[in-house]
Design a protein around this ligand. Structure first.
Ligand code: GLU
Length: 472
């Protein structure tokens, strides 16, 4: 099957996760069929247009690793072609010039409201001779919508949806200033781009009926429609800021991996049996329109986090370090030295199995990038009291007599001290040690961490902790 899909965002300043889901489905469907995935920026609203808004969308796609075919298409730059088609539709008797004045339209609108109609234009210029056109009014072009009967959209997700044609009006396709309307531009671009499948949010279903009128009027094939449910928040409302981060950029900054995001967004509206973890390769192999669910799904942060944990765990440790690198700088103002990198890589397996996000990986490993004396957070500070320091002094002593500074020997030394000083409670020794070497109370195994830091650095940090004046 020849498949061409498209992702046509309006540049709103950021990439909403709903858009990301739409982009993903279009991308997967194209990849599955060996087809094309095209990107078109719907930039005809010049008042709201900005270069940065377009960049934000393209960056979102880049982060999600959704590559597209060819150049990014600008809808605005196709305006001349859209105008031509509007005029062609008039020439073919499928559309007409309408010379209504503002006052006339206002009157019609008020009448429709008072009579309870949802369309208001009374089609007065549909069959009127254009030679009767009044002076000084720049006309719009309106499409001739069907007057009776019904229209059915065959949707791959929603099934057949039929509406009474009475609810369709002769809507404007070219404004009086010569600018095409959104409805016309979308159809012309979709045709020119050879789009075979329109996969988008179900908030566009109403547009589909109007767009079909234009496709039919031009005798162009109507693409297949695939209207997917929107993402909802935990309370069932449309997903918005009050439910959590809405932009793809924010998820990147919170330390999510693009593969986790893709897996999550895929599962949010599509299923393959009971599979939860679906690699991108499998997603491409399996993706189909039948698997798209009809009902809206609620965004579940816990699920996203679980998937992120999974993808962090299985990531190559060097690749992962490259992804975490910017966070050390942003969060802790630290550039990783060679030695810090080596230490982190030596402990990466454990750090990866603990981390739910790249932020967590960063925060739990940043102590490797520090050198003595380090700073202590509030909880660590509390552990460095007289009792803690007593354990640390004993540890410092014990460490000097270790022949091999290995995790096992370090742990045994801690156990001996716990037996001697704290009735066998290992935590009474391990916790102050953790505070001393990491400056925190949350870290990977403190015995491994000590081994990785090495005897000298560990001893220096313990010494500094002993000398540290606890601020009470
Ligand atoms: N520009 C529209 C949006 O961002 C998409 C229109 C379409 O998919 O046809 O919602």
């Amino acid at each position: 099957m020849n498949v061409v899909t498209r992702f046509p965002p309006s540049p709103t300043g950021f990439m909403h996760i709903g858009n990301a889901k739409t982009a993903l489905y279009n991308w997967l469907f194209a990849k599955h069929h060996g087809g094309k995935f095209l990107v078109r920026i719907e930039d005809t609203d010049r008042k709201r247009y900005s270069e940065e808004a377009v960049t934000a969308i393209l960056k979102g796609l880049e982060w999600l690793e959704l590559d597209y075919d060819g150049e990014v298409i600008s809808q605005f730059s196709n305006q001349e072609r859209h105008r031509e088609i509007a005029k062609q539709l008039v020439a073919n008797g499928k559309a007409y010039y309408c010379y209504c004045s503002k006052e006339e339209l206002k009157e019609m609108r008020e009448k429709a409201i008072s009579e309870g109609h949802n369309t208001f234009y009374d089609r007065r210029w549909r069959d009127r001779d254009p030679s009767k056109a009044p002076e000084g009014i720049k006309p719009v072009i309106r499409i001739k919508a069907p007057l009776d009967g019904s229209t059915t959209i065959k949707d791959h997700v929603q099934g057949n949806i039929t509406i009474n044609n009475k609810t369709l009006d002769d809507f404007i396709i070219l404004r009086s200033d010569g600018t095409p309307t959104y409805m016309l531009s979308v159809v012309v671009d979709d045709f020119d781009m050879g789009v075979t499948h329109i996969i988008r949010g179900d908030d566009h279903i109403n547009n589909a009926f109007r767009q079909k009128i234009i496709f039919d009027a031009m005798q162009w094939p109507v693409p297949e429609f695939v209207h997917c449910s929107l993402i909802h928040g935990s309370d069932g409302g449309k997903f918005s800021k009050r439910h959590g981060a809405t932009s793809v950029e924010e998820y990147k900054e919170m330390g999510y991996l693009p593969e986790a995001m893709r897996n999550y967004l895929l599962r949010l509206g599509w299923s393959h049996g009971n599979d939860e973890i679906i690699s991108t390769d499998k997603a491409i192999e399996w993706f189909n329109l039948e698997g798209i669910g009809k009902s809206a799904s609620r965004f579940d942060f816990k699920k996203l986090e679980n998937l992120n944990s999974h993808y962090i765990k299985i990531k190559d440790s060097k690749e992962l370090l490259e992804l975490v690198r910017p966070f050390y700088n942003k969060r802790h103002n630290i550039e990783l030295s060679k030695i810090a990198e080596e230490r982190i890589l030596a402990n990466s397996e454990e750090l990866q199995s603990r981390a739910k996000t790249l932020l967590q990986f960063c925060d739990e490993s940043v102590f490797y990038a520090k050198s003595s004396p380090i700073t202590y957070d509030e909880k660590a500070n509390k552990l460095l009291d007289e009792k803690g320091k007593e354990s640390l002094k004993a540890l410092l002593n014990a460490f000097t007599s270790l022949t091999d500074f290995t995790a096992e020997n370090i742990q045994n030394a801690c156990k001996d001290i716990a037996n001697n000083l704290h009735e066998g409670k290992l935590g009474k020794v391990a916790m102050p040690l953790r505070a001393a070497i990491t400056g925190t109370t949350v870290s990977p195994s403190v015995f491994h961490a000590s081994e990785i830091l090495g005897f000298e650095e560990t001893s220096a940090r313990i010494q500094a902790a002993i000398e540290h004046n606890k601020i009470v």
